[in-house]
Design a protein around this ligand. Structure first.
Ligand code: NDP
Ligand code: OXD
Length: 310
C-alpha cells in the first residue's frame, strides 16, 4: 500500500491524518517521524516546514504537497526531490484574507491607531478623518490573495493599485510590475499591503530601501511571510517618523519570541498568523485528489514553479 506521509518539523498534523485516513482508505497515512516505515513505500509527502533533507530519503516519492498556499518552507530544502510540488487553494482563503486586510486598512484609514493611543492617555481628541477614496492603498502581490484583497478594498472605495512580477492586463486598476516600477508604485501609497510569496527575490523586500521609497507617514500591513520584513529597519523607520505603524501577521520564527521588541511597540499590531487559513477538510480533499491523479498518470493541480519559487 502506498503511504502518504505527513511531515512537519513544527506542527502536529494528527487531525489531518485522521481525515485523510477516513476519506482515502486506499492509502496508508502516516506521521513523520515513523521509524518502522519502509522509505520506499512513501509516494506522497504533505508538508509544512519539513526538516531539510528528510524528503530526499524517500526514493518512490511522486508528489509533494504544501498544506497551505505558501510553499516556501518546502522549496527551502536544498535536497528537495525533483517531483511536482503543489499547494492548496481553499476558496475561503481569499475572503478570509480580504477581511483581515480590510480590518487592518480601516484601522489605519480611520486612525484607530491614534484613537487607541489617545485612549491610553485619557485624551478626548478626534483624529483627522477622510473619505476612503482619499486613502491610497498599494497591494504587493496580485495573485489569488492579492487580487481578492485589492478588489475587496476597491469595493470599500479605497484608491487601490497593485504590484506584481509580470504585467497585468485588464486588472481594472492601476498596476505596476517588476522592480523598475516599484518606486512609482510606492511613492504615493498611504498603506502598503504585502501579499507576496517568499522567494529569493522577495526575501527582505520590506526593508530600508523599500521604506525609503514609501511616503512619509505611510503604514505597512504584512501578511506574506515574516522573512519579507527586516525588523530593525522597520523599527528605525518608525523611530524616524518615516513610517506611521505596522500590522504584522507573520514572523520568521513563529511563535514570535517573547523578547521581540515588536510585542511592546505601540506602533505595531502583532497577530498570530491568523489572517487566513485553509480548512483541514479542503486540504485533505485536494491532497487526495492530487494523489489519485498522480497515481493514475495525470498531472496534479496547483503545482508551483520550483525555480521561480511560487
Ligand atoms: P500567488 O502565487 O497566487 O501570487 C503571488 C503574487 O506575487 C503574484 O501576483 C506574483 O506576480 C507576485 N510576485 C511574486 N514574486 C514577485 C516579485 N519578485 N516581484 C513582484 N511580484 C511578485 O500567491 P497567493 O496570493 O496565493 O499567496 C501569497 C502569499 O500569501 C503566500 O505565498 C503566503 O506566503 C501568504 N499567505 C499568508 C497567509 C496568512 O495567514 N498570513 C495565508 C495564506 C497565504 P505574478 O502575478 O506576476 O506572477
Ligand atoms: C499559507 C499560510 O501559506 O497560512 O496558506 O500562511
Amino acid at each position: 500500500m502506498t503511504t502518504i506521509l505527513l511531515c512537519s518539523g513544527t506542527h502536529d498534523l494528527s487531525r489531518l491524518q485522521s481525515i485523510l485516513q477516513r476519506i482515502a482508505p486506499e492509502f496508508d497515512v502516516r506521521l513523520w517521524p515513523a521509524p518502522d516505515l519502509d522509505p520506499a513505500d512513501v509516494g506522497v509527502a504533505v508538508c509544512w516546514y519539513p526538516p531539510p533533507g528528510v524528503l530526499s530519503g524517500f526514493p518512490s516519492l511522486r508528489m509533494i504537497s504544501s498544506l497551505a498556499a505558501g510553499v516556501d518552507s518546502i522549496l527551502a530544502d536544498p535536497e528537495l526531490p525533483d517531483v511536482p510540488v503543489c499547494r492548496v487553494i481553499d476558496p475561503n482563503l481569499a475572503p478570509g484574507m480580504a477581511e483581515y486586510v480590510g480590518w487592518a486598512t480601516l484601522y489605519f484609514h480611520r486612525r484607530f491607531d491614534e484613537a487607541v493611543a489617545l485612549h491610553r492617555l485619557r485624551e478626548w481628541r478626534t483624529p483627522e478623518q477622510r473619505a476612503a477614496a482619499q486613502t491610497r492603498v498599494g497591494v504587493m502581490g496580485l495573485g489569488v490573495l492579492g487580487l481578492a484583497v485589492a478588489n475587496f478594498l476597491r469595493g470599500l472605495s479605497f484608491d487601490v493599485s497593485g504590484w506584481s512580477r509580470t504585467q497585468k492586463q485588464g486588472a481594472d486598476m492601476t498596476t505596476f510590475a517588476g522592480f523598475d516600477e516599484l518606486p512609482a508604485f510606492l511613492e504615493d501609497r498611504d498603506i502598503v499591503v504585502c501579499l507576496l510569496p517568499l522567494t529569493p527575490l522577495t526575501r527582505g523586500i520590506l526593508g530600508e530601501s523599500t521604506f525609503a521609497l514609501m511616503k512619509r507617514g505611510a503604514a505597512l500591513i504584512n501578511c506574506g511571510r515574516g522573512e519579507h520584513l527586516v525588523v530593525p529597519d522597520l523599527i528605525a523607520a518608525l523611530d524616524a517618523g518615516h513610517l506611521r505603524g505596522a500590522v504584522l501577521d507573520v514572523f520568521p520564527v513563529e511563535p514570535l519570541a517573547a523578547d521581540s521588541p515588536l510585542w511592546g511597540d505601540p506602533r505595531v499590531v502583532v497577530t498570530p498568523h491568523m489572517a487566513s487559513a485553509a480548512r483541514l477538510e479542503v486540504i485533505a480533499e485536494q491532497v487526495v485528489a492530487n494523489a489519485r491523479k498522480v497515481f493514475a498518470g495525470a498531472q496534479p493541480l496547483n503545482t508551483v514553479d520550483c525555480v521561480r519559487g511560487y
